[in-house]
Design a protein around this ligand. Structure first.
Ligand code: HMG
Length: 405
């Protein structure tokens, strides 16, 4: 029976912080040729967290425009995907459940596997809805990517949140059952619980990412011969915008050299590169948002590209450590009508640039670890509308909402 039920993404919301820095200016400040970061890494700007936001408020803000009262009554699960957890025990989704007013008999939990976990959540949600087509699941992918000042990963930081509503009315994209996953216990990027920053073997991580992609392509073709030849776009987890392109290039050479074959695959790389370029438009402006990055790429392609309804796309999810998955999504006929295009364009436009000095002075202040009052009795100046972290009292976090004036 579940074979006949289509499930997938009904809505996608986004939140990005109000501040950014210009990477060419940071490169100059560091004595690095700016082209290394703008061309070599492929990043232009980087989102910077403000003091009044954390992963919870960013996640709640990503849901703000997309959830209506009917959704809130039918959501059974609030899944929070993050690698910037605030607590070892309490899930960030418990706050979100309350802030958004989701019906009380829902479960809320947090999941982790580096940048991969939002995809795990999507698959859990899709299976849940296949069995209960009248119910919905909301997934929040919210992260702050920090490598440390002057670190080799400094140009690949970022911050932001994506919210994805899964239901049996996939107005944007159906999640098909064709998927293959891969686990390989490795130390390419990891963050022990005592460390503020991740440890990263940069070059090894890029190689493992590419190897995982190629292994998944081969296994996918084994299990579902000919399916890959139908995709019009391949979407990638985007730690920086050149990363997916490197993986795509490797696939192209392996196919050309005959190391891999894909049934029915004619040389459609021109189309794949064209769509790839549309998928990186937002990421180049925002940076790595870890768990949400693949879905920021999806949003970027759907908004900036011109894929036709019913097109199929391959999604490559990768989380260091490492777990990866390749699956196929099918676009809805009128998917363009259900994207919050103006909202994301507005979010990008309303940002303010901060100086490198402010970035260095403020951004790297540690997150508060004990009772602190931030904005009690005042509202954040830069935030036009939405949730913000108001205070931490006796190690308990409290959020407030700023109404649009
Ligand atoms: P690096 O080692 O300083 O950079 O940092 P590089 O020397 O490799 O140079 C980068 C590119 O710029 C190269 O191009 C250079 O040739 C080029 P490529 O050879 O790769 O095509 N270049 C220039 N281009 C134009 N003009 C110039 C110039 N100079 C050099 N003047 C590295 C790169 C990725 C290692 C670093 O940024 C890093 O460690 N980043 C963090 C780790 C990362 O993002 N890894 C990606 C795969 S793992 C992953 O995606 C998971 C992750 O999201 C975490 C999670 O799952 O939670 C990270």
């Amino acid at each position: 029976m579940t074979d006949f039920i289509k499930v997938g993404i009904e809505k996608i919301g986004i939140y990005i912080p109000e501040k950014y820095i210009d990477l060419s200016k940071l490169a100059e400040h560091r004595g690095i040729d700016p082209l290394k970061w703008t061309e070599g890494i492929g990043q232009e700007r980087m989102s910077i967290m403000t003091k009044d936001q954390d992963v919870v408020s960013m996640g709640a803000n990503a849901c703000l425009k997309i959830l209506d009262d009917e959704d809130k009554k039918t959501i059974d699960q609030v899944i929070f995907a993050t690698e910037s957890a605030l607590d070892f025990s309490k899930a960030s989704s418990t706050y979100i459940h309350k802030l958004l007013g989701i019906q009380p008999f829902a479960k809320s939990y947090e999941i982790k596997q580096a940048c991969y976990s939002a995809t795990a959540a999507i698959q859990v949600a899709a299976d849940y809805v296949r069995l209960r087509p009248d119910r919905k699941v909301i997934i929040i992918a919210s992260d702050i990517s920090k490598y440390g000042l002057k670190s080799s990963g400094e140009a690949t930081q970022g911050a932001g949140a994506i919210a994805i509503l899964i239901s049996s009315n996939p107005k944007i994209m159906e999640i098909t059952k064709e998927s293959v996953s891969l686990t390989e216990n490795s130390f390419d990027f990891w963050r022990p619980s005592y460390s503020n920053y991740p440890f990263v073997e940069g070059k090894f991580s890029t190689q493992l990412y590419i190897d995982s992609f190629i292994r998944l392509i081969e296994e996918f073709e084994n299990r579902y011969p000919g399916k890959l030849s139908k995709v019009d776009a391949l979407l990638f987890h985007l730690p920086f915008s050149k990363m997916g392109r490197k993986a795509l290039k490797t696939l192209e050479s392996k196919l050309k050299e005959g190391h891999i074959s894909i049934e029915g695959f004619s040389d459609n790389f021109e189309k794949l590169y064209e769509n790839y370029d549309k998928s990186i438009v937002f990421g180049k402006e925002i940076g790595n948002i870890y768990t949400g990055s693949l879905y920021l790429g999806l949003l970027s392609l759907l908004i900036n590209g011109d894929l036709e309804g019913h097109s199929e796309v391959g999604l490559f999810s990768y989380g260091s450590g490492a777990v990866a998955e390749l699956y196929i999504g099918k676009l809805n006929e009128n998917y363009k009508d259900f994207l919050y295009r103006e909202d994301i364009e507005y979010l990008l436009k309303r940002r303010n640039e901060i100086s490198i000095k402010d970035y260095e002075n403020e951004y790297f202040d540690d997150q508060p670890t004990q009772s602190q009052h931030f904005l009690e009795n005042e509202e954040p100046k830069d935030l036009e509308e939405g949730y913000y972290l108001e205070k931490i009292v006796e190690d308990k976090r409290f959020y407030n909402f700023k109404e649009k004036i």
